[in-house]
Design a protein. Structure first.
Length: 469
């Protein structure tokens, strides 16, 4: 069924509109175009374009066109008087016909079933879209209420070098990614790069927060993994000293990081005095959750993760040595800190041992975020006896980021095994990409040389494992 559209056109805007209409041929539409100035008529030879040259404000001439029924009228005229007169004439001929009016004068039209396109608002909105660091919201698609948004990812964003699948997307989605003038339909394995343009869809209020999160530079961890931190304590497998150390360590990190809340989950409580010590920290931003009944630890953790926006998971090193915990946490794409007995207050350095895994680059922005918030010096250890081409690229990448963030790093090249070198350091935070090598690490494999798979040799230090899916 053909759709008849009546267009009353005059002026430079009408000329551009008709030219664009002629290029965007729609076979189901038939356009009846009334004009006075021949210069605005597009050069188009098509049976779906019918042209009538007369004054669009003439009621008598216009009435002759109403021997057929129109589905819509579009009024694009050059002055206010002609626009109002044409609108009133159409209403006299058909009181219910949908009308679209280009308005440059803040018109106050009477009636119903019409749309005013305020030209000043449209131009202002388009100019506003080019202002740096403001969200670009779709105006003429969907509801136009901010549920569709474009965001340009700055270089220092915590979203840079992140896999899309590792970003929590609740009540919003990354619907498309534009890179180098090319559309990419995002998959979980796609990595966000600096200057990528993200098309986001979601609840307007949620997108406002996402926009702020993307635009903010380092200093936002544990975002974008989640908003809260979580400490898991199993008293049946920890002595009192270990419990106290991990609680104090988690609270220290909670006070340094930009997490919203710290949840402390306790299972198998067997010491009332120790439990009261933990509960003593329950407050405005710290919530202590105690499971008094016997339970499946991983199932309980899974339930907690469903109810809270966890972006950082913490547990005692002896628990992390159990492969079932490593696999469970790896499958959920969460950053994990394996806590030792070392005091966080004396922690001054963070270290990353370079191995054959180039995925280290993908966690680089998070590494800088963490070291900046914890006020740590970052050291990269390179084993010169087992040097890879990837090492040079990784070091250059980190040095580039160091310049951007004004965060100097130290590169230590050593002919000695860096694992042994780091083992002799007094107190460091060791950083690893959280890969399958970590999950599959086996102390019985005496021939292994990969630092990721040898993490257990350095568990006297605090260790953080960052997902690189």
């Amino acid at each position: 069924m053909q759709t008849n559209v009546l267009i009353l056109a005059d002026g430079i805007v009408a000329k551009h509109f008709l030219q664009r209409l002629a290029k965007s041929y729609v076979g189901q539409n038939r356009y009846h175009i009334v004009y006075t100035d021949p210069s605005i008529r597009p050069k188009v030879e098509n049976e779906n374009f019918l042209f009538y040259q007369f004054d669009p404000t003439s009621f008598v001439k216009l009435s002759h066109l109403f021997t057929r029924r129109y589905n819509e009228v579009i009024i694009v005229l050059g002055n206010k008087i002609d626009t109002v007169a044409s609108y009133e004439n159409i209403r006299r001929l058909d009181s219910s016909l949908p009308i679209v009016v280009l308005d440059r004068w803040d018109l106050q039209l009477q009636g119903k079933n019409f749309v005013l396109l305020n030209a000043n608002d449209i131009l202002a909105a388009h100019v506003f879209d080019h202002v740096p660091n403001v969200p670009v919201i779709a105006q003429n698609v969907g509801l136009g209420k901010g549920e569709i948004m474009e965001v340009l990812v700055p270089f220092g964003s915590s979203y840079v070098y992140r896999h899309i699948g590792s970003i929590e997307q609740k009540r919003w989605r990354i619907a498309a990614l534009y890179r180098n003038n090319r559309l990419i339909l995002p998959e979980p394995y796609h990595i966000i790069l600096p200057n990528d343009l993200l098309l986001l869809i979601g609840e307007p209020e949620v997108l406002k927060q996402v926009f702020k999160s993307i635009k903010q530079e380092v200093g936002q961890f544990p975002m974008p993994y989640g908003k809260d931190s979580y400490l898991f304590i199993d008293m049946a497998h920890m002595d009192a000293k270990s419990v106290r150390h991990v609680v104090l360590g988690a609270i220290f990190l909670h006070r340094r990081f930009k997490d919203r809340s710290l949840f402390i989950r306790v299972v198998n409580p067997n010491d009332i005095g120790l439990l009261n010590f933990i509960k003593g920290y329950d407050g405005e931003s710290i919530e202590v959750l105690v499971e008094y009944r016997e339970c499946d630890q991983l199932q309980k953790i899974g339930e907690d993760l469903q109810h809270h926006s966890i972006g950082l998971f913490m547990l005692y090193k002896e628990l992390f040595l159990q492969r079932r915990y490593r696999k469970f946490l790896y499958d959920r794409g969460l950053p994990v800190i394996s806590l030792s007995h070392a005091p966080f207050e004396s922690l001054k350095e963070a270290a990353l041992i370079l191995g054959p895994n180039k995925q280290i680059e993908r966690i680089s922005s998070v590494v800088f975020d963490i070291t900046i918030q914890l006020r740590l010096t970052l050291k990269l250890y390179q084993y010169t006896q087992d040097s890879h081409q990837a090492h040079k690229e990784i070091i250059e990448h980190f040095q580039n980021l160091a310049n951007i963030f004004s965060k100097p790093i130290e590169v230590i090249k050593t002919s000695s095994n860096p694992v042994r070198l780091v083992a002799n350091e007094s107190n460091m935070l060791l950083i690893y990409p959280f890969t399958k090598k970590v999950v599959r690490a086996n102390p019985l494999n005496i021939f292994c040389t990969d630092p990721e798979a040898l993490f257990y040799k350095l568990d006297r230090h605090h260790q953080i494992f960052i997902p690189a899916l």
